[in-house]
Ligand binder design. Structure first.
Ligand SMILES: *Cc1c(COP(=O)(O)O)cnc(C)c1O
Length: 366
C-alpha cells in the first residue's frame, strides 16, 4: 500500500540543525518570556517580511484576536465567510458583530465592489483575508477605509512571503496577522505574528500577550497570555533559513499541476495576480459542472489514499455554533465556490509523478 498523501506536510529543518539551535537553552534554562531566540527570530522575520514592526505570538489565531483587541473596537466588522474558522471567531470573541461581504470570482478574496453597501453607522473595521495567499485589492480597501474612517486588519495567515510590486504583504492596513502553524508555508510548530508600523500598537500588543504586566509590581491592563516560546522561535530561525528553497519547490509542484489541469474542461484554476510574488501556499480547483462532482472527486482520491481538503467548506456562516445568527444566502458567490472547491495536496517534497497521478485520477472522473 502506498503511503498516504495529505493536503500538506510540515516543513522541518535537519534534526541536527534544530538541535544546534536549541542547545543554548540548556545552558541558560530560559525557555520562554521573550528570550534570546525570540529576539533573534523577531529580527530575522522583520527583515524577511520587509516590515517596520513585528510582534511574535503563540499562534496565528491569537495574533488575529490580539490585533483586533488592540484597536479597542465596538460594533460591526466587515469580513468574508469563505475562510478558516479563526477569522470569524476572532471577531466574535472580541465582542464584535461580523457583517459578511461576498467574495470575487477571480481570486476568492473580498469583493471590494460590495463593501460600501454594507457600511453602517456601527461599522468600525474591515478584516479581509489574503485567501490562499491571493492578495486582496489592498488599494481599494485603503480608499474605502480612509473615506469611512475604518480600521483594516488583514488576516494574512496564508500570505507569508508574498509581495506586491516588491512590497511585503505585511505592510498594508493598520496591521496584518500571520500564522506559523505546522500546516502553513512557513512554520514555528505553532506560532504567529502581527506586523504593523505604529509604536503605540507595539506596546498594546505586548500587554495583551503578557497579562498586561507593565513592571515587576504593576499590572495596568487586563491582558492574556499569548507569548511565543523559545523552542518555537528556534524552529522559526531554522525554517526561515530554508524558506526560499521551500517556496521554489512548491512552485515546481504548482507548475506541474497547471501543466496537467490548465486546459481541462470543467475545472477553474486561480489566475496569477499581476505584480504579485506568490508563495504557492495552496492549489484550489473549482469544479464548474454538476454540484456533486467535487465530492465524487474527493471520494475517488481518498480511495487512492490521497487526502485533499475542501478548503473552505462549509462557510463560517454555516457553522453549527452560528445557527440562526448569520445567513449564507447573502453571500451567493462564496456559497457556490464553497460547494465546488477542492484544495489539492501541495508541499515542497511532493513528487511530480504523484502530481501527475493525482491529476490523472481527476481527469478520468471528468
Ligand atoms: C491557519 C489560519 C489562522 C489561524 O492560525 P493558527 O496559527 O492555526 O492559530 C487564521 N486565519 C486563517 C485564514 C488560517 O488559515
Amino acid at each position: 500500500m502506498k503511503d498516504q498523501i495529505n493536503v500538506t506536510r510540515s516543513s522541518m529543518p535537519e534534526f541536527e540543525e534544530f538541535m544546534a539551535e536549541i542547545k543554548e537553552l540548556w545552558d541558560t534554562h530560559w525557555l520562554t518570556n521573550m528570550g534570546v531566540k525570540h529576539k533573534e527570530f523577531a529580527k530575522c522575520l522583520r527583515n524577511y517580511l520587509n516590515v517596520e514592526m513585528v510582534t511574535l505570538l503563540a499562534n496565528g489565531h491569537l495574533a488575529l484576536e490580539c490585533a483586533i483587541a488592540a484597536f479597542d473596537l465596538q460594533g460591526e466588522v466587515i469580513t468574508t465567510p469563505f475562510t478558516f474558522a479563526s477569522t470569524t471567531h476572532a471577531i466574535v470573541r472580541n465582542g464584535l458583530d461580523p457583517v459578511f461581504c461576498d467574495i470575487n470570482e477571480d481570486d476568492y478574496t473580498i469583493d471590494v465592489e460590495k463593501i460600501e453597501s454594507l457600511i453602517t453607522e456601527k461599522t468600525c473595521a474591515i478584516v479581509p483575508v489574503h485567501l490562499y495567499g491571493n492578495v486582496c485589492d489592498v488599494e481599494t480597501i485603503e480608499k474605502i477605509a480612509k473615506k469611512y474612517k475604518l480600521r483594516v486588519i488583514y488576516d494574512a495567515a496564508h500570505a507569508f512571503g508574498v509581495t506586491v510590486n516588491n512590497i511585503g504583504i505585511g505592510n498594508f492596513g493598520d496591521a496584518s496577522t500571520f500564522s506559523f502553524h505546522a500546516t502553513k508555508v512557513f512554520n514555528t510548530i505553532e506560532g504567529g505574528a502581527v506586523t504593523y508600523n505604529n509604536e503605540q500598537l507595539k506596546k498594546t500588543l505586548y500587554f495583551l500577550k503578557n497579562f498586561g504586566i507593565t513592571g515587576p509590581e504593576s499590572v495596568e491592563f487586563i491582558g492574556g497570555n499569548a507569548k511565543m516560546n523559545e523552542f518555537q522561535a528556534a524552529m522559526g530561525i531554522c525554517n526561515l533559513r530554508h524558506i526560499d528553497a521551500e517556496i521554489a519547490r512548491r512552485q515546481q509542484v504548482v507548475y506541474r499541476y497547471k501543466e496537467n489541469l490548465d486546459n481541462v474542461k470543467g475545472i477553474k484554476l486561480v489566475k496569477p495576480q499581476f505584480g504579485v510574488k506568490s508563495n504557492y501556499a495552496y492549489f484550489p480547483i473549482v469544479f464548474c459542472g454538476k454540484v456533486n462532482l467535487r465530492d465524487c472527486v474527493f471520494d475517488e482520491l481518498e480511495l487512492n489514499n490521497i487526502i485533499p481538503r475542501k478548503y473552505f467548506y462549509p462557510l463560517t456562516t454555516d457553522y453549527e455554533c452560528y445557527t440562526n445568527r448569520f445567513n449564507s444566502n447573502l453571500t451567493p458567490v462564496a456559497k457556490n465556490i464553497a460547494d465546488r472547491v477542492l484544495t489539492l495536496p501541495l508541499y515542497a517534497d511532493l513528487e511530480l509523478k504523484e502530481v501527475d497521478r493525482i491529476c490523472g485520477i481527476i481527469e478520468k472522473l471528468l
